[in-house]
Write a protein that binds this ligand. Structure first.
Ligand code: TMP
Ligand code: ASP
Length: 251
């Protein structure tokens, strides 16, 4: 893999910074220690979170690549940097829910922990100023962000990701309750999984633990003030490391 030089800051999000490089087909992503919830109403610095999420995301992207799922991921460098292909990210958050939790249980009369079969796929408009609202099909048409074919392709890719991750996590004693992914188009027009996949963006419950709080190994520990956030992410990393190809090092 070729050496690169860091260029200008392209975008700063709540948990990551995205930089150009001297290579047009390479973008560098820095994972930050910042933790936010409830559209950044709640904020904290969690030492080690950036490194953990970078490593977990890299391992999951390696796993998806090994299963033939296209992603923007190219490799890692140092502890908090990921190298990715530049993509035009579609401003839609795709959430797949295998078990009822979180906002679903606040918006519908459904008990947390209820299995959802088939998994529920929800689309949200990614815009903090509007609070990332749930999209209906009609609203998606009004926004015109994707064609009908692209929407079908996006949903199919998200369901493939769910299938692969469900099997992976199941094998390491973790229940994938739900997750959010973002997708984008490469310069060549290929639809790929972008952003990150980590305990910030997934709900993961330890299958061996029955207590409803103790089993949580994801950002709900931060959202619900349960403590032990970094320790929980460390446990996820430990398990994922045993089940995924080692991340490629980008020099
Ligand atoms: P929700 O139950 O709050 O709608 O969250 C569903 C999933 O999406 C959960 O795994 C957390 C993830 N998520 C994000 O990654 N970013 C967000 O901004 C939100 C609200 C949820
Ligand atoms: N990602 C959102 C925020 O940072 C919400 C969440 O994850 O709960 O505010």
């Amino acid at each position: 893999m070729t050496a690169y030089t860091l260029g200008s800051l392209l975008y700063e999000g709540k948990a990551k910074r995205v930089f150009a490089t001297d290579q047009p087909d390479l973008v560098a992503v820095e994972y930050k220690d910042d933790a936010t919830a409830f559209n950044a109403l709640k904020k904290a610095q969690l030492a080690g979170k950036g490194e953990l999420n970078c490593r977990i995301s890299a391992l999951l992207f390696e796993h998806l690549a090994s299963r033939g799922v296209p992603t923007h991921y190219l490799g890692v460098q140092g502890s908090q940097w990921m190298l990715v292909r530049p993509v035009r990210v579609i401003p839609i958050e795709v959430v797949i829910r295998n078990v009822a939790a979180g906002s679903l249980c606040k918006q519908m009369p459904i008990q947390p922990g209820t299995p959802l079969e088939p998994p529920l796929l929800d689309l949200y408009y990614k815009d903090d100023a509007y609070g990332d609202p749930l999209l209906t099909e009609a609203r998606l048409d009004v926004l015109g962000l994707v064609t009908l074919d692209q929407r079908r392709e996006l949903e199919e890719l998200a369901r493939r990701v769910n299938g692969e991750l469900l099997t992976l996590f199941d094998g390491i004693g973790l229940q994938l309750v739900d997750f959010k992914i973002e997708l984008g188009f490469t310069a060549g027009g290929e639809l790929v999984v972008a952003d990150e996949i980590s305990p910030d963006t997934c709900r993961l419950w330890d299958r061996a633990v029955t207590d409803a709080s103790d089993r949580i190994l994801d950002k709900d520990r931060f959202r619900q003030d349960l403590g032990g956030v970094v320790e929980a992410y460390g446990e996820v990393l430990k398990r994922v490391q045993g089940a995924c190809p080692e991340p490629r090092i980008y020099r």
